[in-house]
Write a protein that binds this ligand. Structure first.
Ligand code: GDP
Ligand code: IMO
Ligand code: MG
Length: 428
């Protein structure tokens, strides 16, 4: 299938980076369409670990063109640092990277606003990554944002920066405002940072349309996850972009018919980082086991991730919101050795039973999971390269998930390495 979308089906950190990296060897184009450097996508490449924040995970593949779409928010300092960290020759990344002129910039004022807003919220904080994501998207919606393409005309850029900073100066403590809201300083420093990228600014929609007409393989790399979507997620404990498959169109400049297949990535259990409802969260020893065996610490902020059992009510919502054609199940190996594995098949709240997501946010916050427990397995799953090599109970677990969701599990990841991946169906 020439155009494949990979979406986080839970609350982010599902292993999208590993999957996109594994599929990227067949891709001509890899595209980020939303989010910013709040993302942390881990990839193991020739035994070396890379964590990508803004760059698409195909950047290390010589064959692939990597696009940052207009739905992405770009911090020029972080982009520069990330390119330096991957130690790719400049000539290589200049050949492989293109950025939409519509992508909005994250400036230092957005970081300051994010931090100030979180501090103000106190116990009601969202637990953001403090990367300035929310304020940058807020500026976009308020029409006070600064775009990548604005940097092509320095005078126009200065005028846009002024509009942006003028709207925030009074909201920040005086000292902080002096640091981050100086129009001349921000204009000069940001233009200098963006200089190397000026030639890389394109209309990604045109590029993708041409690639598609030429039969190229296009891989869309989602960031965050379905339940962090600004609309359909656990609002207000969400990020500020559309993380669901619909985000591909609005974030790159293509229409819905230009997508052929959509796959959701889900861990074999569930995690969440930051605040907000998480019905299947485990506060006991099993939660600790999942965190320590799964290495569940944020790739961007290093915060411990909250861990719990798989939630079918939540995944059913993800399947519908994204029109999923299939599921990719990751971190199956983390469940090795557990006596039994819980799966939430319904919620209970105030005498009511929910098999679909509760519309009432107060009910959602109070919902209790209804679990079915399935037998675990003693053997390791890590070495398996085909489905039939998995322990019988692991196969039964996967078959049961398929049954509950009415969705095929098309790939199974059983380790961090690129090769630790069982492909049951050709997806790309
Ligand atoms: P992303 O944000 O969705 O790309 O996921 P992250 O990179 O933030 O977190 C996923 C973590 O799980 C990373 O440390 C990956 O190396 C690791 N990982 C991915 N797939 C597997 C797997 O199948 N088994 C194990 N044990 N680790 C995995
Ligand atoms: P990847 O792409 C997991 C969470 C934050 C917080 C909420 C809002 O690696 O899966 P933000 O900084 O976006 O305003 O924070 O969203 N969050 C993520 N959680 N994985 C991510 O990205 C995330 N990006 C943001 O923890 O709860
Ligand atoms: Mg991550």
């Amino acid at each position: 299938m020439p155009s494949l979308v990979i979406i986080g089906a839970q609350w982010g950190d599902e292993g999208k980076g590993k999957i996109v990296d594994a599929l990227a060897d067949q891709a001509d184009v890899v595209v980020r369409f939303q989010g910013g450097d709040n993302a942390g996508h881990t990839v193991f490449h020739d035994g070396q670990k890379f964590v990508f924040h803004i760059l698409p995970c195909g950047i290390l593949r010589p064959r692939a063109m990597n696009l940052i779409g207009g739905g992405v928010v770009v911090n020029p300092t972080k982009l520069t640092e990330e390119l330096a960290a991957i130690r790719l020759p400049e000539s290589a990344w200049r050949r492989r990277l293109r950025i939409s002129g519509e992508a909005h910039l994250i400036l230092d004022c957005h970081l300051a606003l994010d931090q100030a807003a979180e501090a103000r919220r106190g116990s009601l904080k969202i637990g953001t990554t403090q990367r300035g994501i929310g304020p940058a998207y807020a500026d976009r919606a308020a029409r006070t944002g600064v775009r990548m393409g604005d940097s092509l005309e320095p005078d126009y850029f200065r005028a846009r920066v002024k509009i942006c900073l003028d709207s925030h100066r009074a909201l920040l403590p005086k000292e902080r405002a002096r640091e981050v809201c100086d129009v001349e300083k921000v204009t000069e420093e940001t233009l200098a940072l963006l200089k190397p990228f000026r030639d890389l600014i394109v209309d990604t929609g045109v590029l993708l349309d041409t690639a598609r007409r030429n039969g190229k393989h296009i891989l869309y790399e989602g960031a965050q996850g379905t339940m962090l979507d600004i609309g359909a997620g656990t609002y207000p404990y969400v990020t500020s972009s559309h993380t669901i498959a619909g985000g591909v169109c609005v974030g790159t400049g293509i229409g819905p018919h230009a997508i052929d297949r959509i796959l959701g990535v889900s861990k074999a259990y569930a995690t969440r980082v930051g605040e907000g409802p998480f019905t299947t969260e485990l506060h006991d020893a099993t939660g600790e086991i999942l965190r320590s065996i799964g290495g569940e610490y944020g790739a961007t902020t290093k915060r411990p991730r909250r861990c719990g059992w798989l939630d079918i009510v939540q995944l059913r919502r993800a399947a519908r919101l994204n029109s999923l054609d299939g599921l990719i199940l990751t971190k199956l190996d983390v469940l090795d050795g557990l006596e039994q594995i819980g799966v939430c098949t319904a919620y209970r709240c105030g005498g009511k039973r929910y098999t679909e997501w509760p519309a009432n946010p107060v009910d959602l916050a109070k919902a209790e999971p209804v679990y079915t427990f399935l037998p675990g397995w003693k053997q390791t799953t890590t070495g398996a390269t085909i489905f039939q090599q998995l322990p019988a109970s692991a196969r039964a677990y996967i078959n049961q998930i398929e049954h509950w969701l009415d969705l095929p599990v098309v790939m199974i990841s059983n380790g961090q390495d690129r090769k630790q991946l069982i492909t049951r169906r050709k997806v790309f």
